[in-house]
Design a protein around this ligand. Sequence first.
Ligand code: PEP
Ligand code: MG
Length: 548
Amino acid sequence: MASLEENIRLTGNPISSGLVMGRAFVYREQEPAVASPHEIKKHQVADELARVENAMEAVRKHLKTSSRRIEADANAKLAKIFEAHEVMLGDPALRKEIAGLVEEELVDGAQALERVFSRWERKLRAQEDENQRNAADDVADLKQRSLRELTGVKATPLEKIPNGIVLVARRLLPSDTVALPRRAVAGIVVDFAGQGSHVALLAEALGIPTVGGIRDVTDRIDEGSTLIVDGFRGEVVLNPDPAARKRCQAEIQACRSKSVRKQQSARETARTQDGTTISVLANVGGREDVSAAGDNGADGVGLYRIEQHYLSLKTPPSKADLVTHLRETFAPLSQKPITIRLLDLGGDKPLPFLRLPAEEDPFLGRRGVRLLLHYPDLLDTQLEALLEFSQDHDVRILIPMVTVADDVVAVRKRLTHVAEQVKHKTLPPLGAMVETPAAALSVGELANHADFLSIGTNDLTQYTMAAGRENPLVNDYFIEDHPAVMRLVGMVAQEAGTTPVGICGELARQIAAVPRLLQLGIRTLSVAPPLVPDVKEAIREILLERAQ
Ligand code: PEP
Ligand code: MG
């Protein structure tokens, strides 16, 4: 029973650092209302199976959207969770069990989902291993999502929570965490949550102070009561008295001043101890990221993934549409250098309005520039729009998934042709992504044709290590700082001659790898906007002569 007593200390575990005071919003999970179990007739089996199949397919689509959205929000680890959910949902054993119940026991679809997912969840929950127990949350989440789809209940109540509250919950499932509006939640207090849990990943990415491991928390805290959430110490103070509130406010102020200092120095150029200037740019997917890049002191945009815009469209955009979109998107950083990558589609990213043929092995198929050269209209519209945009912006164009120098030659030919048609004399720099071992190993040739190079370590790792970046089964082989990958990075930096080389893959955000990357000769790093201050701070501590 909740209490009015003051200064009640609830001790848990620190999940995400930070200190905050706010009013409690107590979230109680709502199980989707499943009609009481009923037997279906034999002739209804096919329809019932189709209903289940449709619901699971809809969930699979949502998972794809969630993982893209989260990835754009700079949380690749969290995005991987949704990718893993997709794999789990397609597990033939799971599908077989569900279909078996419907076909053989004539159980209705909702009951079949409920029973099978619950059985899997119980099995995982009973495991010793923490990772396995975290996987039980994944199954619980898939159950909720599938049942919501089947019963037509779409939204979670978390989408409507008031701003600035402290969210108190027994447990937050991954899909709950994506539903949380970015700025609404000031703090989080949960019963079930460990360091590696989904809620921990999300809270860290968004900088939300979080405490976990407080038993029966939803029974002990009343809606609307005041809480201090101390994510440094892993402690919550319920109903703080005026003295405790004052102390907390002073501490919050001190934390803010420290982060303001870091934020301010982020606006200054990053130089190593021995005075080498390093450009720290931002990877962005949309206008919100561009604003965040500006707020975090990015020296410009190192990678704009234009496909994120295309994927939201139902019809191909015109040149004018694209120019308007670019102007709106980059308004917050219009004075800085902006690197825009041409559409990188195929592989894992199909386009809604383009019917691409199914490929046996899409990651080794017609991806990136290969696809663009096959659909010249798609390429030309982008080039025309970029040429126009470059009239009043410092634009660089980046070609995705280059394997051979001819890829660059072909795109430059189109760029020159388009420019002649619209009578533009000055062309923006044209760069190549180095994402394949072939590109890295023939960098000298590539550098003869490209104005700059940007190493995409995400794909470079996948192709070098022969481990799919989307495939959780080979996660252990996807080693971004493996000596093989580092060697290729070093080779590109050394053999590119005077052609500038940067890194825009996830490796650039690994603070521990930054000294080595600089030592290999890299002078431009592009990372998710919230990481710019940390990367700049790390650079300032490096003495290049000594960096290992
Ligand atoms: C990369 O492959 O490292 C990269 C930056 O491109 P994307 O992640 O968009 O494939
Ligand atoms: Mg890539």
